[in-house]
Design a protein around this ligand. Structure first.
Ligand code: TRP
Length: 366
């Protein structure tokens, strides 16, 4: 799945030099790339709902990809706090801490505000204005057809979320993308239909009012499926995850709860790595020769699950050590979160103003 060279690159976490570079970015507001350079790069946008702690699934599914995107593209990364309200409108007391935690997680993970534009959706009130305008031209049927809408309603049946806001989720997402002229949007499979709606809304807008909005393209990113402790996809709602900020003891305790091959009951029984979540994780956290060794010794029965788990836990603990240390360091300067968000808001504002001027003009609202 990953070549040796690629894997090594992924294992490198930002060190002290990156952190100095980052602070320089904040102090001087100096762009890390020249304007000509930026002009050639496609603008890529991704948002993150502040729904809780980052876990290993996010890390390998998004965070590593975002680190690459910020080097290769004109990257916009934003916190979709309004989107969180589509399901958690009755839990807004959680917002400040979750947003703070997410910014700290991003910074500690190597998301670099000197390279990417990092901002919060609700700091851009024009998003609400454009969402209202796009709502005027978005047929209800398009929104009702989105599979994730029906799934959410079903999964959260006890939570009373059959509100206008949830139905409008893909519309708000379209607004996020088009308001900054996002060209590329990294998508997982469950987001493909959202992006298709976005493209249809943009086409409809441009047909009605002239070619103002940019039609976004999906950026299909390779993201391995990360299993959680029960073998299903790692996710917060299933409570089967290992947090990237978890303390070493917690990591070890959680790894111990993972299921393995149910037919491998005791040491000596042959195992099937291909169906074992622990093995899937070993492939992410261990060098290839060790993975091959585990494969052989699990199959022969010589390697027991407990030993395999303890080995994996140790590797996860080590892998995230620099992350934990850097996050702890960032916690000592809590004002950094507000600084990052203020800088991001300032960077995104002129982009948004330009779009909104063109939109208002095209619709005869200005
Ligand atoms: N839907 C994304 C999520 O599940 C968040 C999001 C909101 C987003 N707006 C976006 C992603 C625009 C990409 C582009 O967390």
């Amino acid at each position: 799945m990953h070549g040796g060279g690629r894997r090594r690159e992924l294992l490198i976490l930002p060190g002290a030099s990156r952190s100095r570079q980052y602070h320089r970015g904040i102090d001087t507001k100096a762009p890390s790339t020249s304007p000509q350079d930026t002009a050639r790069r496609a603008r890529v946008l991704t948002g993150y709902r502040p729904t809780g702690p980052l876990h290993i699934g996010h890390w390998f599914g998004n965070i590593l990809n975002m680190r690459k995107l910020q080097d290769e593209h004109d990257a916009f990364f934003f916190i979709a706090d309004w989107h969180m309200l589509t399901t958690d409108y009755d839990r807004t007391e959680l917002l400040p801490e979750r947003i703070r935690g997410l910014v700290l997680d991003w910074l500690a993970a190597g998301i670099d505000p000197a390279k990417a534009t990092v901002y919060r959706q609700s700091d851009v009130p024009e998003v609400a204005e454009l969402a209202l305008l796009l709502g005027m031209i978005t047929p209800l049927g398009w929104l009702e057809r989105v599979p994730t809408y029906k799934e959410r309603l079903r999964d959260l049946a006890e939570r009373d979320i059959a509100n206008y806001g949830l139905l409008g989720y893909p519309l708000l997402q379209t607004t996020d993308i088009t308001i900054v002229k996002g060209e590329l949007v990294p998508v997982g499979e469950d987001q493909v239909s959202h992006l298709e709606i976005s493209r249809e809304i943009v086409r409809r807008f441009n047909r009605l009012y002239g070619p103002v909005l940019v039609e976004p393209q999906p950026l299909l990113s390779e993201s391995p499926l990360i299993p959680g402790s029960d073998g299903r996809k790692m996710s917060k709602s299933l409570d089967n995850f290992i947090g990237v900020s978890d303390e070493p003891d917690e990591i070890t305790a959680k790894v111990r709860t993972f299921i393995t091959d149910p037919k491998k009951i005791r040491l000596g029984d042959p195992g099937r790595p291909e169906i074992c979540p622990i093995f899937t994780l070993q492939r992410l956290f261990s060098p290839p020769d060790h993975v091959a060794w585990i494969d052989a010794n699990c199959r022969s029965g010589a390697l027991g699950c407990v030993e395999d788990k303890l080995d994996l836990a140790g590797r996860i603990v080590e892998y995230y050590r620099p992350f934990r240390e850097r996050r702890a360091e960032l916690e000592r300067t809590p004002e950094i979160v507000d600084e990052v968000l203020a800088e991001g808001a300032a960077k995104v504002r002129p982009v948004v103003e330009e779009t909104m001027k063109a939109v208002r003009r095209a619709m005869n609202l200005a």
